[in-house]
Design a protein around this ligand. Structure first.
Ligand SMILES: Nc1ncnc2c1ncn2[C@@H]1O[C@H](COP(=O)(O)OP(=O)(O)O)[C@@H](O)[C@H]1O
Ligand SMILES: [Mg+2]
Length: 332
């Protein structure tokens, strides 16, 4: 079992309020991602759950029990960090087993768990190597293996893929998703990357400035963002925001995603001039300076040839625009 309840958690460092009242429930077996810009308090919240940081107010409950007096090692939690923090002089096998050995686990049990975990992570060929003899991706798998052997109730990941190159990030992301499906363990994963959040999470928690902006499934946040912040943070390229007054609208801001705009050389809603075309192969990002709506990004499926300076018209898909009030919240 590994359920978690966070009640009105606040954290201040001196006079700086870093977490301003966080309420959150994580069900047993859920994959929850904390996402938000750098400095919004993600790591602090994760460290509070792990017991590595005291809280200023509020409660953390694991499986219904308050854990404020439970030391980190006794919380049934394992944490994986961005920096792998492996012991350079120890083999993969000993890096994975060290924590268990220190906790007094019998040698046979340690061997059994290393065998199971290294099989799951395809690390068997590397068990006798030292970290320096591994690639970055393999090192991060060892760090995950070190967490796995502890058989925790709760896995905490703090930006574990940030040090890997793009291709490895995708591979390792896939491995973590499969691992979660196989183990059915509760996982909380911190990232500043909304793509990681969208691809991994059952439930995404969007944090900003020490507060939760919205909690929901990936498609829920994409389709029904509660406010301008979430609308702009989830989705790539970012949602276009147009000053409502320019369009004669009562809403402060009108939002439309780049993939919900179509372009045509002759007809459409907003006439504009092509500024730049980004050819990504599978699709094209077109930047258009429009008379009425300002600068717009349009995402077109496939190849679209347009020279800078060409006149085009952008048209929003019906029913795919968002309206935000002066407080940034969605309005009907
Ligand atoms: N030990 C600390 N002392 C003072 N300020 C801290 C400490 N740890 C974090 N902070 C501040 O708290 C804020 C949130 O930090 P952090 O949780 O690491 O953000 P994130 O992980 O979302 O990037 C930042 O402004 C950071 O400077
Ligand atoms: Mg952090």
């Amino acid at each position: 079992m590994g359920s978690l309840k966070i009640e009105n958690v606040k954290k201040s460092f001196g006079k700086v309020d870093v977490l301003k009242g966080i309420d959150l429930e994580v069900r047993d077996g859920e994959f929850v991602v904390f996402v938000g810009p750098s400095g919004c308090g993600k790591s602090t919240l994760l460290r509070i759950i792990a017991g590595l940081e005291d809280l200023t107010a509020g409660d953390v409950k694991i499986d219904g029990e308050k854990v404020d007096h439970v030391p980190p090692a006794k919380r049934g939690i394992a944490m994986v960090f961005q920096t792998y923090a492996l012991y350079p002089h120890l083999s993969v096998r000993n890096n994975m087993g060290l924590g268990l050995k220190q906790a007094g686990t019998p040698a046979a049990e340690i061997e059994k768990r290393i065998a199971a975990s290294s099989a799951m992570l395809s690390l068997e060929p590397y068990l006798e190597r030292r970290p320096a003899e591994l690639s970055g991706g393999q090192r991060q798998r060892v760090a995950i293996g070190r967490a796995l052997v502890r058989e925790p109730k709760l896995f905490l990941f703090d930006e574990p893929l940030s040090n890997l190159d793009a291709a490895l990030r995708v591979n390792t992301r896939l491995e973590i998703a499969q691992l979660h499906r196989r183990l059915k363990a509760t996982m909380i994963y911190v990232t500043h990357d909304q793509v990681e959040a969208m691809t991994l999470a059952d439930k995404i928690v969007v944090l900003n400035g020490g507060r939760i902006e919205q909690v929901g499934g990936p498609m829920e946040l994409y389709n029904s963002p509660a406010n301008e912040f979430v609308a702009g943070f989830i989705g790539s390229p970012k949602m276009n925001f147009i000053d409502g007054a320019r369009l004669g609208e009562t809403a402060k801001t009108i939002g439309v995603r780049p993939e919900h705009l179509t372009v045509d050389a002759k007809n459409g809603t907003w006439k504009g001039t092509v500024i730049h075309a980004e050819h990504l192969g599978a699709d094209t990002n077109l930047y258009i300076d429009t008379e009425k709506a300002g600068l717009l990004t349009v995402r077109i499926f496939g190849v679209y040839n347009a020279e800078p300076g060409a006149t085009v018209y952008a048209t929003p898909e019906p029913g795919k625009t968002y309206r935000f009030g002066s407080d940034g919240k969605v309005v009907a």
